[in-house]
Design a protein around this ligand. Structure first.
Ligand code: LR7
Ligand code: MN
Length: 576
C-alpha cells in the first residue's frame, strides 16, 4: 500500500471506525491506525534479580489494604487466565470488550488489586544512605487521561500515593480530557473524594494530551511538575532520585526508567539491571530507544548515576515548573498526541538544560499495540505536530524530514510565537545539538546518494523497496514499481558503503538480503557501488545485488556486467 506508507507513516486516511464522535463541537474524531508511530516498548531484560518485598503504604488519606499476598498480579506477576476458548461466554465477552475498548487486557487488570505489590527493581547502589538530599522539593503529579479504564487509572493513582514519601506529593492532578466513559464522571469524583490530595480537572472539549498537560500545569502549586501517563505503576523509591536531580540543578529534566507492564497479562516486566536505554529519534521524527553510547558510558563509573539522553519518550518525567515555563512549556498548537516529546527534548538541550534518565527511578507503563481512542478526522495530527516541530527547531535539517513526508506541508498553523520564543531564549542551533548531544545519529546529507535505487533490468521501472520500522528488521528486502515518493523506496548510500534506511542497513549473510540494525563494522553490510558498471557488489561475498525475474524479493547473483538486472542507478549520486 504505497499511498499510506509514505515515510513509514500510516496516518493518512486510514479510518478504522467512524462511528460516534465523542460529543461537543469542533473537529470530528475518529480512530486511526497509528501502530507504526506508537512508542515502542524498550527492550526487556532477560535476567532477573527479584527480591520479594512488601508494598509500602506511605500515602495519605484512607488507605485500602493491599491485595492478599498471593492474589492475582501481586509482586507484579502475570495474571493467569484460562485459554479464551475455555472461557464462559459471558466472561469471554467481557474480556473481548475490555480489550477492544482499551487495547490492553482490562479483564486481567480488573482482577488485580489497585494496591498491588511490585518487585523492588532497583540495584543496590540506589539504596545507599545519603545518596539523595534531605530537603527535596515537593511535586504536583499531573496525570492526563482520555477514557482510561477504571482499575488502571486507580492503580496509577494508588501507586503514587502508596509508594512516594507523602511530603513530596503536594497533589495529584487528574486532567480528564473530555472522557465519555461513565466511570470517569461521578464515580471517579466520589472515589477520589477520600483522597484530599487528588484533584480532578475536567476539560470542556477534547484537547489532546498536550493541551491537557498544560491545563494541569496551570493549576499546579508545587515547584516541580511530574507527568505520568494514566496507565502507570510507580515502584518503591521512584520519586526521590528524580527530585534529587532537580534539587541539585533546576535545569535538569529527568525521566525514570520506563518498565514494561504487559498489555496481555499485566506482568511487571522490569528488572534490576546495570544498564538503561536512552532515547533518540529518526528522520521520520519518530522516537526510538538506544543502548547508552560509548561517549556517555565513559562519563560514569557508577551504574546508579543518571545518564544523558538525547530525547525522552514523553509521558513520564519531572521538570522544575519555572524552568518549564522559561522553556515556553509545550507548543499549544500541538493536537491530540505526538511530537511534544521531541519538542521538549530538543529545547531542553538547545536552551541550556540537561535531559537525563535516572536508573534508580522505575515506573511501569502499559505499552499498547494500537491507539484505542479517536483522533481527528481529515488531518494527520502527528504529521502536523511534527512539521511545527521541524519548522521551529530543526533549522536546515528539517529538509531530511520533508524528504520523508513529501514537500507539500499543508496548513500547519501559525508558528511565529514559537520562533520568537527560540530567539528570545537564545537557544543553540540544531547542528550544535546533533554534534554534541546526538553525534551517533546518521545525517542523510552525509550520504553519497539518497533517494530511490532503481534497477535497469526488466524495463527499468523496478526499485528497491521495504517498509521501515522495527517490525521489518530481519525481513527480506523487496522490489516494487518505482513511485518517486520516497517512503519505502528512500535509501541512503553512506560514505562507509552501507545502504541505509535510518538505523537499518541492507545486510547479506548468504541467505536473503535483509534489513538489520546498522553495526558500522562493514562485513555483511558493506556494498561497493561502481557508477561506471552500475553494479552493487557485496563486500564479503563479492556477489551482485539483482532483481529476480519474478520481481519479488531482492536476490544475490554472481556478478555479470552484461546483465541489466545487475545494474542500478542511485538517485542523487555524488561521490565527490
Ligand atoms: O487526546 C488524548 N488525550 C489524553 O489525555 C490522547 C491521550 N491522552 C492521554 C492518555 O490517556 C495517556 O494517559 O495521554 C496519555 C498518553 O497517551 P497514550 O498512552 O495513548 O500514548 P503513548 O503511551 O504511546 O504515548 C507516548 O507518546 C506520546 C506522544 O505524544 C506522549 O508523549 C505520551 O506521554 C508517551 N508515553 C510515554 O512516554 C510512556 C512511555 C512510552 C515509552 C517508552
Ligand atoms: Mn501511554
Amino acid at each position: 500500500d504505497v499511498q499510506s506508507n509514505i515515510g513509514g507513516l500510516h496516518l493518512n486516511n486510514v479510518p478504522v471506525d467512524n462511528s460516534g464522535g465523542s460529543g461537543g463541537s469542533g473537529p470530528k474524531l475518529h480512530v486511526v491506525n497509528v501502530e507504526e508511530n506508537m512508542i515502542q516498548q524498550p527492550p526487556v531484560a532477560k535476567t532477573s534479580e527479584k527480591k520479594p518485598k512488601n508494598g509500602d503504604d506511605s500515602g495519605q488519606g484512607v488507605i485500602a489494604p493491599p491485595g492478599p499476598p498471593d492474589g492475582p498480579g501481586e509482586m507484579g506477576k502475570a495474571v493467569k487466565l484460562p485459554p479464551k476458548e475455555q472461557m464462559d461466554p459471558v466472561e469471554r465477552k467481557k474480556f473481548d470488550d475490555g480489550f477492544q475498548k482499551n487495547a490492553f487486557n482490562q479483564y486481567a487488570s480488573d482482577m488485580i488489586s489497585v494496591h498491588r505489590s511490585l518487585p523492588d527493581v532497583r540495584i543496590e547502589k540506589c539504596k545507599e544512605p545519603g545518596r539523595y538530599a534531605e530537603n527535596l522539593p515537593a511535586t504536583s503529579v499531573i496525570v492526563c487521561f482520555h477514557n482510561e479504564a477504571w482499575s488502571v487509572l486507580l492503580r496509577t493513582v494508588h501507586s503514587i500515593l502508596d509508594r512516594s514519601p507523602s511530603n513530596l506529593i503536594k497533589e495529584i492532578i487528574l486532567v480528564d480530557d473530555f472522557s465519555d466513559m461513565e466511570h470517569t464522571k461521578k464515580q471517579l469524583d466520589d472515589y477520589m473524594a477520600q483522597y484530599p490530595k487528588v484533584k480532578i480537572l475536567r476539560l470542556e472539549k477534547r484537547e489532546g494530551l498536550i493541551r491537557a498537560r498544560l491545563a494541569g500545569a496551570r493549576i499546579a502549586t508545587a515547584p516541580v511538575l511530574t507527568y505520568l501517563d494514566s496507565h502507570c505503576e510507580c515502584t518503591e523509591g521512584w520519586l526521590e532520585p528524580l527530585m534529587d536531580r532537580i534539587a541539585k540543578d533546576p535545569t535538569t529534566v529527568v525521566c525514570p526508567v520506563i518498565d514494561v507492564i504487559s498489555d496481555e497479562n499485566f506482568e511487571y516486566m522490569g528488572k534490576a539491571q546495570d544498564t538503561v536505554n536512552v532515547g533518540g529519534f529518526d528522520w521520520n521524527l519518530q522516537f526510538n530507544w538506544h543502548a547508552v553510547p560509548d561517549h556517555e558510558r565513559k562519563r560514569h563509573d557508577n551504574p546508579a548515576d543518571p545518564v544523558w539522553s538525547p530525547t525522552m519518550a514523553g509521558g513520564l518525567f519531572s521538570i522544575d515548573k519555572e524552568f518549564f515555563e522559561k522553556l515556553g512549556t509545550y507548543d499549544e498548537g500541538f493536537d491530540i498526541w505526538g511530537g511534544e516529546n521531541l519538542e521538549l527534548s530538543f529545547k531542553t538541550w538547545m536552551c541550556g538544560g540537561t535531559l537525563e534518565i535516572v536508573p534508580c527511578s522505575h515506573v511501569g507503563h502499559i505499552f499498547r499495540k494500537r491507539s484505542p481512542y479517536k483522533w481527528r478526522t481529515g488531518v494527520n495530527v502527528l504529521r502536523r505536530n511534527s512539521i511545527r516541530l521541524a519548522e521551529v527547531w530543526l533549522d536546515e535539517y528539517k529538509q531530511y524530514y520533508y524528504q520523508r513526508i513529501g514537500s507539500d506541508l499543508g496548513d500547519f498553523g501559525d508558528i511565529s510565537s514559537r520562533k520568537k520564543l527560540r530567539e528570545r531564549l537564545k537557544c543553540k542551533s540544531f547542528k550544535w545539538y546533533l554534534n554534541n548531544i546526538y553525534p551517533e545519529l546518521f545525517i542523510p546529507g552525509e550520504a553519497i546518494a539518497s533517494g530511490e535505487v532503481r534497477n535497469l533490468g526488466a524495463g527499468g521501472g523496478t526499485c528497491l523497496d521495504s517498509p521501515g520500522g522495527r517490525k521489518h528488521l530481519h525481513k527480506p528486502v523487496g522490489t516494487y514499481p518505482c513511485h518517486r515518493q520516497g517512503g519505502n523506496q528512500f535509501w541512503m548510500l553512506s560514505k562507509e558503503g552501507e545502504i541505509r534506511r535510518d538505523e537499518a542497513c541492507l545486510d547479506y549473510a548468504g541467505q536473503d538480503v535483509i534489513l538489520y540494525p546498522c553495526h558500522g563494522s562493514k562485513g555483511n553490510q558493506l556494498w561497493k557501488y561502481d557508477p561506471e558498471t552500475k553494479m552493487i557488489v557485496h563486500g564479503s561475498s563479492k556477489k551482485c545485488l539483482a532483481i529476480p525475474t519474478d520481481k519479488s524479493k531482492i536476490i544475490m547473483e554472481v556478478c555479470d556486467g552484461t546483465n541489466e538486472r545487475h545494474k542500478w542507478n542511485f538517485e542523487n549520486y555524488d561521490a565527490s
